[in-house]
Design a protein around this ligand. Structure first.
Ligand code: LLP
Length: 421
């Protein structure tokens, strides 16, 4: 559910007309709904009620300071995967003891940064990493809590590029070697092993792979406890999918996810962490764009927008589907026609949709891409020297620009000229 609805013939974000935002900030832009963000966070939080838990928002999905502050105010922790994300979380006022640090390639500098600033736990992904962390923490006079991410060799049945829990994926340690790795970790002086971490992929639309992974984690918890490890925290990752089309069968809800967690690992008495990203912010964001031209091809019509693959890479990268809707509500039963929806970037991959059925669109019309809040703005680039587009946050009947569009001068002035030129 989201808060982007037609009202009086026009698309609104909560109580703000999308067209009013477009008039104020220009297109293209991202717009997020506070009410949707808050609702989705609370759904996860409530799904785990009665269990000691922390919902650590996977901020890679959308990391604007205003989004982080909105969620942090509700008690969210953060899952970070880089020094930059750690700095963003701290700048948004998230205390270190609500930040977990994930990722396969944490550098010496990132580890030191988090140890200095404070951290709830590191989610470790390899033996060399745990040795390095122990060395750095010891040198700083610390013993830092860690979980070790296990790779359960479960097929998440999602797009190959966002599947992370199969043995051929780079993530985690093979679950078959977990006992040996935990034994070595327990002997390292700078780290304290407190739990297990797992994350099998993103945009999962079925609970079965989660269930398979969580059951393996439950079994491993008992094995490691029998080996003498005090396993008291389970980080079960993120990955719950969202409906990208209205017609789609609805994926499971956070309540179902929470119930599954309680059923599979609840008896262990561990504190639970989860790391949802997409489900919190995905349907809380739109990408709004203006049609520049409608062009007749040999056998098709091209709808050329002012947004491009550099603004929303998901269709080009994962063949992802995003619903596209006109900002002026089409008349009921309005005739639809097929468009290849494209951007201005100079490559054919800059295609958002092929043969998409839409009501007639004319140059100057506004359209909105739905479900663009997650992995939208954060994955954008300035390819073709197209400025990063603004982000706007709506709350009730007002809105604020939460990231401004840079000027060409600002973009160019980031380059520096060597003395010989
Ligand atoms: N935790 C870890 C360790 C992760 O790697 C991820 C996502 C998450 C949590 C959050 O997963 P979510 O709840 O958002 O599914 N760019 C791709 C998605 C990449 C996901 C990477 N990891 C896309 O646009 O579909």
């Amino acid at each position: 559910m989201d808060h982007f609805l037609y009202r009086d013939g026009a698309l609104y974000a909560e109580d703000v007309a999308i067209a009013d935002i477009a008039a104020a900030v220009g297109t293209p832009f991202y717009v997020y709904s506070t009410a949707t963000l808050e609702r989705h966070f609370r759904l996860f939080d409530e799904a785990l009620s009665g269990t000691e838990h922390l919902v650590c928002y996977a901020m890679k999905a959308a990391s604007n300071q205003a989004i982080l502050r909105t969620l942090a105010a509700l008690g969210a922790g953060m899952d970070v995967v880089s020094g930059g994300e750690y700095a963003r979380a701290r700048a948004a006022g998230v205390p270190g003891d609500r930040i977990v640090f994930s990722g396969v390639g944490k550098t010496r500098a990132e580890i030191a940064q988090a140890l200095t600033g404070g951290i709830r736990q590191f989610n470790l992904e390899s033996e060399p990493e745990m040795r390095l962390l122990s060395e750095i923490a010891s040198a700083m006079g610390q013993v830092v809590p860690v979980t070790i991410r296990v790779n359960p060799d479960v097929d998440a049945k999602t797009h190959a590029k966002i599947s992370t829990g199969k043995s051929e994926n780079k993530f985690g340690i093979p679950i078959s070697r977990a006992r040996a790795v935990y034994a070595e970790a327990a002997a390292l002086p700078g780290i304290e092993v407190i739990g297990i971490d797992v994350h099998i992929g993103s945009q999962l639309t079925d609970l079965a792979p989660f269930e398979a992974a969580f059951l393996k984690v439950a079994e491993l918890t008992e094995t490691l406890r029998a080996d003498g490890h005090d396993i008291r925290r389970l980080d079960l990752g993120g990955g719950l999918g969202i409906p990208y089309t209205r017609s789609n069968e609805a994926p499971p809800l956070p309540t179902d996810f929470g119930a599954l967690i309680k059923r599979t690992v609840g008896h262990l008495g561990c504190e639970i962490e989860i790391e949802p990203g997409r489900l919190i912010v995905g349907n809380a964001g739109l990408l709004v764009s203006e049609a520049i031209y409608v062009k007749e091809g040999e056998d098709r019509q091209f709808l050329i927008l002012d947004a491009a693959m550099n603004d929303l890479i998901r269709p080009a990268m994962y063949d992802a589907w995003h619903d596209i809707v006109p900002v002026i509500e089409p008349a009921p039963g309005a005739e639809q026609m097929a468009y290849d929806v494209v951007g201005p970037v100079c490559e054919s991959g800059d295609t958002f949709a092929k043969g998409r059925m839409l009501p007639q669109i004319q140059a100057g019309d506004l359209v909105a891409f739905r479900s663009a809040g997650a992995y939208g703005a954060v994955m954008s680039s300035e390819y073709n020297t197209r400025p990063l587009i603004p982000e706007v946050l709506v709350k009730d009947d007002h809105f604020a620009v939460i990231r401004a569009r840079p000027t060409f001068d600002e973009i160019i002035s980031r380059d520096t000229i060597p003395a010989w030129l």
